[in-house]
Design a protein around this ligand. Structure first.
Ligand SMILES: Nc1ncnc2c1ncn2[C@@H]1O[C@H](COP(=O)(O)OP(=O)(O)O)[C@@H](O)[C@H]1O
Ligand SMILES: CCCC(=O)OP(=O)(O)O
Length: 359
């Protein structure tokens, strides 16, 4: 089988991960850390396109790679309108929706712009895969409790789908035969219930659910209303406080959970309480998702950076292992997931989808 040369791009809030794959083999990877002061100069994430594009070119050149050697470019998909899972051609409507942030701001919104630019310049295909707004929720899960506000499906869909395949493969099963609860535990957290391959419900700390290293998750609503009208914050400041400076950071001034663990070990009682509370809320949400699946759960999967911690994984497992066996896939495999998706479409094993502004 032909080994396509793939450039995978995954922008985060302060860094851009890039990898080159030959077929499904990763031959180069780098996490380009951006100067936060430089990023802050841009009005929004889309305006960072040129800055991140140059950084990618420089990082590739420093290791002797050039875009001329690439056959296909593939990027993490941002917050688009709700779409089904899959690999999408980057089209004008997609870029327009991302530019207008129709469904919200996120670092990954710039990814399609960078990939599209490289694709156009080099005359190669450019795709995004399993965007944050993959939506397979059942109607009953969309009801929030207030007419006019609908629950949304926002998640680490790319990594969640990848780890489901990985765990299914480990047990010699097809993901379509199994039910999972997947907790992606990174700077942001999302916890999904996956029934026979379909993510029928999900909570993400961007809007609800457990707090994460940097996000508040769900909050008591009346106090939140008071905060909104306190005059202490503009709308943008408050959003930043909930999404980038909420969660663990708001209590302890750090987003680094390794540091929080270290402080806990050294006897810092506040750090210990906040860490326990995060574990408690994660476990509680996993419990909720078990009811979505009516208790028919084959595996609970813990993934993301925090799942690298034996201590935290054990604390969570201690609370939820009565539901189903707990599997760990530490870190995230988003780059691999992007490359595999590119291989599938380049070899015709999977159909490329067209973004039509909502499926
Ligand atoms: N070994 C570890 N133990 C505990 N927490 C970790 C460990 N490694 C990374 N983390 C935490 O994981 C979070 C980042 O998750 P990650 O999935 O790597 O990134 P992001 O969500 O930013 O893409 C940070 O809070 C980081 O401190
Ligand atoms: C909205 C869910 C996706 C998400 O939060 O991604 P990051 O943790 O990478 O910001």
């Amino acid at each position: 089988m032909e080994k396509f040369r793939i450039l995978a791009i995954n922008p985060g809030s302060t860094s851009t991960k890039i990898s080159i794959f030959h077929g499904e083999e990763e031959v180069f990877t780098e996490n380009i850390v951006h100067d936060y002061e430089e990023l802050k100069k841009f009005k929004n994430v889309i305006e960072q396109e040129g800055y991140r594009y140059e950084a990618i070119l420089n990082a590739l050149a420093a290791r002797g790679y050039s875009l001329d050697e690439i056959d296909v470019v593939v990027a993490r998909g941002g917050i688009l309108r709700p779409v089904k899972a899959g690999t999408y051609r980057i089209n004008d409507l997609m870029l327009e929706d991302l530019k207008d942030a129709v469904a919200g701001e996120h670092a990954s919104n710039v990814a399609a712009f960078i990939a599209h630019r490289i694709g156009a310049e080099k005359g190669i295909p450019a795709y995004i895969v399993d965007p944050v707004s993959v939506d397979e929720m059942e109607d009953v899960a969309r009801i929030s409790g207030l007419d006019g506000i609908e629950r949304k499906s926002l998640s680490h869909a790319l990594n969640i789908r990848r780890v489901i395949y990985k765990v299914s493969e480990k047990f010699g099963k097809d993901p379509g035969e199994l039910n999972f609860i997947v907790a992606h535990l990174g700077g942001g957290i999302s916890i999904g219930a996956i029934r026979r391959g379909q993510m029928v419900d999900v909570e993400s700390a961007n809007c609800e659910g457990p707090f994460s290293p940097e996000r508040s998750g769900g909050l008591p609503i009346l106090e939140l209303i008071d905060l909104c009208f306190s005059g202490r914050f503009t709308k943008d400041e408050l959003k930043r406080r909930l999404i980038q400076e909420g969660g663990v950071y708001s209590y302890l001034g750090t987003k680094d959970i390794r540091e929080v663990e270290e402080r806990t070990r050294s006897g810092d009682k506040k750090a210990a309480l906040i860490l326990e509370a995060m574990v408690y809320q994660i476990a509680k949400c996993i419990g909720q998702m078990a009811t979505v699946l009516k208790g028919d759960v084959d595996f609970i999967i813990l993934t993301g950076g925090i799942a690298k911690s034996d201590y935290i994984s054990e604390c969570i497992a201690d609370r939820v292992k009565f539901i189903a066996p707990v599997e760990r896939v530490p870190g995230e495999e988003e780059m691999k997931a992007l490359a595999e998706a590119a291989c599938r479409v380049m070899t015709g094993r999977e159909k490329v989808l067209d973004y039509g502004g909502g499926e």
